[in-house]
Design a protein around this ligand. Structure first.
Ligand code: PEP
Ligand code: MN
Length: 340
């Protein structure tokens, strides 16, 4: 934003008033007069409010590169009757990294529903770093998860890896996930957006926030019914955790952009012992919910076992988030004071 000043403006007084609005500005003088340039880390302030300041001649705002994402400020994204938004009740999404069998899908769904989760997550088509790793059970996994979720009143969240599978996955899922590795797969974003459904957009592990917002713009421009952003950690330098969960990004999306953003502390840390504290931190930063990995038999999970909660551990996380049904509160094996 550039704020031009009238010839008789008292620059210091104008700057003081702008600072109160949160705008940090720098004076520049050119042949056409004086102007204030707003610094890049200032919050969005309506141009009309700035124009109303005594001494301001005009306000020039460059067009936003992501107008549809900007227009979603404060709006809720509704998925299978559940609202996601900065002022909506917190939502818990949980489930295995990958759906491994019909039986474990049912066990997981039962455990999730009992703890107040509204959606079951689980991979059917898994992105794997090595071509020799297990890649999921595909369409069978979609069917097992849909049936298990339906039996327990849960919605389904699962990843779409390729345009080729998009319609098939969308037939079985309520919320379509774009994974971290595909955040900038523009052909996939276009195909998934064109389905006209709500999308969960994970942040690329090396993506800047602006690139993430622009990926959201791709989805909305293609026709997505809404975008829920998900911070799942970025590459850091320290192997003690798998990724570095960027909570400032969560606060920025939630508080500055007014967008629904979830935190994924499972992939964000890679360690089940850090999931509970980082879930609380994510919520404090402004996340409207969590997506966490939970496996009924975490030690034997075929992928991401070390970052999967056991059902008992999920009870504590659900209690912290405030979604644990009243009937189970006394049954928590993980009292509040034990994990503060
Ligand atoms: C997942 O949620 O299963 C997953 C693979 O996550 P990410 O894309 O964040 O790595
Ligand atoms: Mn995983």
């Amino acid at each position: 934003m550039i704020i031009t000043l009238s010839p008789d403006a008292d620059v210091r007084r104008v700057q003081q008033k702008l600072t109160v609005m949160g705008l940090w500005t720098q004076l520049t003088e050119g042949v056409r007069g004086r102007a204030l340039v707003v610094g890049p880390h200032s919050p969005p302030v309506a141009a009309e409010a700035v124009r109303a300041v005594d001494g301001v001649a005009d306000v020039l705002t460059p067009p936003s590169p992501h107008p549809k994402v900007d227009a979603a400020r404060g709006a809720r994204v509704e998925v299978a009757g559940v609202p996601f938004g900065v002022d909506a009740p917190p939502v818990l999404i949980a489930g295995p990294c990958s759906v491994e069998s019909e039986q474990t899908a049912h066990e997981a769904a039962e455990a999730l529903a009992a703890r107040g989760a509204r959606f079951m997550r689980g991979g059917a088509f898994k992105p794997r770093t090595s071509p020799y790793s297990y890649t999921g059970h595909g369409v069978d996994a979609l069917r097992w998860m849909r049936a298990a979720a339906d039996a327990h009143g849960l919605g389904v969240v699962t990843e779409i890896m390729s345009e080729v599978d998009a319609e098939l996955v969308a037939e079985h899922a309520d919320l379509l996930q774009i994974g971290s590795r595909n955040m900038q797969n523009f052909a996939l974003l276009k195909a998934v957006g064109a389905l006209g459904r709500p999308v969960l957009l994970k942040r690329g592990m090396g993506a800047q926030i602006e690139e993430w917002l622009l990926a959201g713009e791709h989805l909305l421009a293609a026709g997505a019914a809404g975008v829920i952003f998900c911070e799942r950690g970025v590459h850091g330098f320290d192997p003690s955790t798998r990724y570095m969960l960027d909570l400032a990004a969560v606060a920025l999306l939630s508080h500055v952009h007014g967008l629904p953003v979830l935190v994924d502390p499972s992939h964000g840390t890679g360690r089940r012992d850090l999931i509970a504290p980082m879930s609380r931190a994510g919520r404090a930063a402004g996340a409207c919910g969590l997506i966490v990995e939970m496996h009924p038999d975490a030690e034997r999970a075929r992928s991401d076992g070390p970052q999967a909660l056991t059902p008992n551990e999920l009870t504590g996380v659900a209690a912290d988030l405030g979604v644990l049904p009243a009937s189970r509160r006394g049954a928590s094996p993980w009292p509040q004071e034990a994990h503060r």
